[in-house]
Design a protein around this ligand. Structure first.
Ligand SMILES: NC(=O)c1ccc[n+]([C@@H]2O[C@H](COP(=O)([O-])OP(=O)(O)OC[C@H]3O[C@@H](n4cnc5c(N)ncnc54)[C@H](O)[C@@H]3O)[C@@H](O)[C@H]2O)c1
Length: 384
């Protein structure tokens, strides 16, 4: 399937407008590590986009990245701030730094009037997320968070089913999935160190798991959180053959759980894992007064379940189950970046708005704070 065929109808309608307006969208990439490579590959496929600037704080890394991806005539900077201060005609940036640099980089870019595609998780703490949203408000620019599963038809189907009323009033949602062995260290330790990753599994893949369920039920606000985090695997030198020193560097969670009361009398039962002695923490469930939805266990990042959704109902006194056929998801990463570019070009809304993901972030922040205190806490999301 050609890439254009994978775009949604909105995008295709505007193909002609793109040709008329002529000018290419000018993009910068901040942080030229692993995920930046995927951003570069997708932007390079778009003939109406040019990558004009790259920044990384590690000397020589951004230039090496430009050479590796064949990005010609782009300017190279040694920090995000140098990039946004010097690039006067930039349309947007992809922020691909490790988690602890999400907030400062996003605030710098927005304060310089630049539209932002911010990789997930939104931030490390709730307070940081609020500061970024204040910068978004001051700037009037687009801020979208990098959740490619949002572009999956199967993920969208979950929301459609819930919003259709087929399940009745939703009162309980349970997160599942996670990994048996999957602490992300293939490219170094930026995910596992406190001063770079900031949060572990709870933010890295927990944020996707939360988005899938909370998005479906309309992102109700959290009221209280009782959270738990642990790091038994991450701190074990035997976990890392050839790299036992990683155990000393491990400063985040590799497993997290939470019991969350949400507005609208909904309970969220959450668990997520980078490592555990189990193949899955289960399927995700949505329970309503008229029906239930089972979402097969997922790795939580690529929008795929590998098996159909199942709906459970009672019909004429009979307990019935039916399957929702899976649809092809297409190239989600391309779609996520294309949606960002189109929102810049046509003045559209962000695909994954901060107003939703701040609630996700408040739950993550609540789990981390409650776990540290060893008791349930109340959650308040400050005004932006
Ligand atoms: N959407 C996805 O599927 C997906 C997948 C992997 C990672 N991610 C997210 O992407 C982010 C980056 O992950 P990664 O694996 O590429 O990390 P990485 O450590 O490989 O790369 C991050 C880069 O950012 C640079 N950097 C840090 N602060 C900077 C600053 N102020 N200015 C310029 N450069 C700076 C670092 O030097 C490093 O080169 C993480 O937040 C992660 O959660 C998303």
């Amino acid at each position: 399937m050609g890439k254009a065929a994978g775009l949604d109808a909105f995008t295709q309608i505007h193909e002609t407008e793109k040709k008329v307006s002529g000018r290419k969208i000018r993009i910068g990439i901040i942080g030229t590590g692993w995920i930046a490579g995927m951003h570069a590959e997708e932007y390079l496929k778009m003939d109406d986009v040019e990558i004009v600037a790259l920044a990384d704080i590690i000397p020589g890394k951004a230039q090496k990245f430009a050479d590796q991806f064949g990005i010609k005539n782009c300017r190279i900077y040694d920090s995000d701030l140098a990039l946004v201060e010097n690039e006067k005609d930039l349309d947007g940036v992809s922020i691909c730094t490790y988690n602890c640099q999400h907030a400062p980089c996003a605030i710098h870019a927005l304060d310089h009037g630049i539209n932002v595609m911010l990789e997930k998780p939104f931030t490390v703490t709730l307070d940081e997320a609020i500061e970024v949203m204040r910068a978004e408000k001051r700037s009037g620019k687009i801020l979208t968070i990098g959740f490619q599963p949002r572009m999956s038809e199967n993920m969208r189907m979950i929301k459609k089913i819930v919003q259709s009323g087929e399940l009745g009033k939703i009162y309980y949602i349970q997160a599942g999935g996670g990994r048996r062995r999957g602490i992300p260290t293939p490219f170094g330790t930026s995910f596992i160190e406190k001063n770079t990753g900031g949060i572990g599994a709870v933010g890295d893949i927990g944020t996707y798991s939360l988005d899938m369920l909370l998005g479906a039920v309309g992102y109700p606000k959290p009221l209280t959180v009782s959270g738990y985090t642990s790091s038994f695997f991450g701190k074990d030198p035997d976990y890392y053959p050839g790299h036992p020193e990683y155990a000393d560097k491990f400063g985040v969670d590799d497993f997290a759980a939470g019991f969350v009361r949400l507005e609208g009398d909904i309970i969220l039962d959450f668990r997520i894992s980078w490592a555990m002695n189990m193949n899955t923490s289960g399927d995700a469930l949505i329970l309503g007064t008229k029906g239930g939805l089972r979402i097969p266990s997922t790795d939580c990042w690529n929008g795929d379940f590998g098996a159909p959704l199942t709906i459970y109902k009672t019909l004429c006194g009979e307990e019935i189950e039916y399957k929702v056929p899976l649809k092809p998801s297409g190239d989600l990463f391309f779609k996520k970046l294309r949606a960002f570019v189109d929102s810049i070009r046509f003045g559209g809304k962000p695909t994954v708005p901060s107003s939703e993901i701040v609630i996700n972030q408040a739950i993550i922040d609540g789990i981390v704070r409650s776990a540290a205190l060893g008791k349930e806490i109340t959650v308040q999301i400050p005004e932006v």
